[in-house]
Design a protein around this ligand. Structure first.
Ligand code: ZN
Length: 276
């Protein structure tokens, strides 16, 4: 599943090629994504200049003067970009082509849980859109720090691992990144979120930023590749220190990495390095 680092890498790649360019055409081959792609979308976008692409959580916000195109990659989606004249034949899972004079952006999504929606400027700030209004803090932006995390965890009795995954405190900390961040911060993934001290929240916030930043860098190493849009998570998994490594030696203390299930998701951790 595409996670925040992968979406951020995609955003950077799309922005570099498409920002500032007018849309030539939008072709929708399959409207049935998680929600139907609006029938009027091609007419809404034709000839309009894309100002910039922002990201909120795992949503890409394609900003135009008259509104925002909201896209999400769902479980299996990806945007690929092709230079004019080098566009491959469309495959069965290629559902949308958004063409500019500089490149074609193609949305591929085998499982079709992705989304492509339009938010007109007349409806106000896109941050208040129903899909975006309940998202937690952006971990890579200045507002996310230990004191803020500490305050947000008050009254949360679920385990810190599960609260991180829930996305309403902080967005984009997927399963790999939750295990890695808690290892980095030396925190037992089972500890109730509200029990974490302020000092440990400071360490955890820093660990989350570091782990996500490294994953973006890992995915960003393929940024020069014109077409590739997936892989940040896959690339990062190779350099993960505990995720997927149960039975291997902890890179810090040498004890075996453990695997447990929390909320039906696997957690990997070191019982010596990570304390309650
Ligand atoms: Zn250890």
């Amino acid at each position: 599943m595409p996670e925040l680092p992968e979406v951020e890498v995609t955003r950077r790649r799309l922005s570099a090629l498409l920002a500032g360019r007018p849309v030539r055409a939008l072709r929708v081959y399959e409207r049935r994504l998680r929600w139907p792609v609006p029938r009027t979308l091609a007419a809404i976008l034709a000839g309009r200049r894309l100002r910039q692409i922002d990201r909120r959580g795992k949503y890409l916000l394609w900003r135009f003067e008259h509104g925002v195109l909201i896209s999400h990659l769902g479980m299996s989606g990806s945007w690929r970009v092709y230079p004019p004249g080098q566009i491959p034949e469309r495959g069965p899972h290629d559902h949308v082509d958004l063409s500019f004079d500089t490149a074609l952006a193609r949305l591929t999504d085998p499982r079709r849980f992705g989304a492509l929606l339009w938010h007109p400027a007349a409806e106000g700030d896109v941050e208040r859109h129903r899909l975006l209004s309940n998202l937690g803090t952006e971990p890579l932006e200045p507002g996310f720090e230990g004191a803020q995390l500490f305050a947000a965890l008050r009254g949360r009795s679920a385990s810190i691992k599960q609260v991180l995954l829930a996305g309403d405190v902080v967005v984009g900390v997927g399963n790999i990144y939750a295990s890695e961040s808690l290892f980095d911060a030396g925190i037992d993934p089972r500890v109730p979120a509200q029990r974490l001290s302020r000092a440990r929240c400071v360490r955890l916030a820093a660990a989350i930023r570091r782990v996500l930043g490294e994953a973006i860098e890992a995915g960003g190493s393929t940024l020069r590749d014109f077409t590739g849009a997936d892989g940040a998570e896959g690339q990062y998994a190779r350099q993960a220190r505990v995720y997927g490594r149960d039975g291997s030696e902890c890179p810090v203390c040498g004890r075996p990495i453990r695997r447990i299930i929390q909320g039906q998701r696997a957690t990997y951790w070191c019982a010596r390095c990570q304390r309650r």
